[in-house]
Design a protein. Structure first.
Length: 273
């Protein structure tokens, strides 16, 4: 991998992590466009690093909320912020199960072909469309269903959606936000929850990957440190911009337009040779 490849992929990751278009799917697409053919271990190392960068951008953009939650949780205040963190931890259980028991199965989907990416992008488009029209329908017929805070059961359901979104092409933010809207949660609340809930699993995966790189000479030499740093910095900076923009888009209810984009890119992926 050259430094320019790392720069482009970092930019792609940062811009698409928060938009409901699948960052992992777009990384696969751009690797194909750039002609990057790497071993799966090297692909996963780079992907984990740039995902960690976007987690850092989440913390920066949502720092007032993040700091308040951390302070409440570690001081055991037992207030709404403490239980909010507990809901985030609950939402991480499904993806934790996937990571422990199905890690190798999930990894097999990366670095293969764009067919899976195209299919999953179509699924993302369907979820965004259903969420848009169900939100409109609830607002007209069942106003009591719309705008509630995230409950314990909601947190777990959204967590299950996040576990399914490990597939490349199935947008994590799109899937979790659409799921929250479908079950009647407030748009802005579910967007913030979606961005915060990914912090734990991605940082956990990053720490495990670093441990593997330190413990294995082959892993150490498979990735250029300069490429990792370039990808990280680029993903972090572009992620800060995308995170703030996405929060604004969710409040305005404009996610359905991304469904059209996902359909178009999905068709291209299915037709790609």
């Amino acid at each position: 991998m050259e430094w320019l490849d790392a720069l482009i992929l970092g930019l792609v990751q940062g811009l698409t992590e928060y938009l409901p278009v699948s960052s992992s799917g777009h990384l696969e697409i751009f690797r194909e466009i750039l002609g990057i053919d790497l071993p799966k271990d090297e692909i996963l190392q780079f992907d984990v690093m740039v995902h960690a960068a976007t987690v850092c951008s989440t913390i920066v953009i949502l720092w007032p909320v993040f700091a308040k939650l951390i302070k409440s949780f570690f001081t055991f205040r037992m207030d709404s912020d403490f239980y909010y963190v507990c809901k985030i931890l609950l939402s991480c259980i499904p993806i934790g199960i996937v990571g422990v028991f199905f890690k190798e199965t999930v990894e097999d989907f990366f670095g293969t072909n764009l067919t899976i990416v195209g299919i999953c992008l179509m699924v993302t488009a369907a979820l965004l469309t259903f969420a848009h029209y169900s939100d409109t329908l609830y607002g007209r017929l069942l106003p009591a269903r719309v705008g509630r805070d995230i409950s314990w059961s909601d947190a777990f359901i959204i967590g299950c959606a996040q576990a399914l979104a490990v597939l490349p092409g199935l947008s994590r933010s799109g899937t979790t936000i659409a799921t929250g809207i479908l079950i009647g949660d407030k748009r802005d609340k579910v967007a913030t929850f979606s961005f915060l809930m990914v912090i734990i699993p991605i940082l956990g995966e990053c720490l495990l990957d670093i441990k593997d790189m330190v413990g294995s000479p082959e892993m150490q030499s498979s990735v250029s440190v300069s490429c990792l740093l370039i990808g990280f910095v680029t993903a972090f900076l572009s992620g800060c911009f995308a995170c703030r923009w996405m929060l604004s888009l969710v409040k305005k209810g404009k996610l359905v337009w991304f469904a059209i984009y996902c359909v178009l890119i999905g068709i291209i992926c299915l037709l790609w040779r």
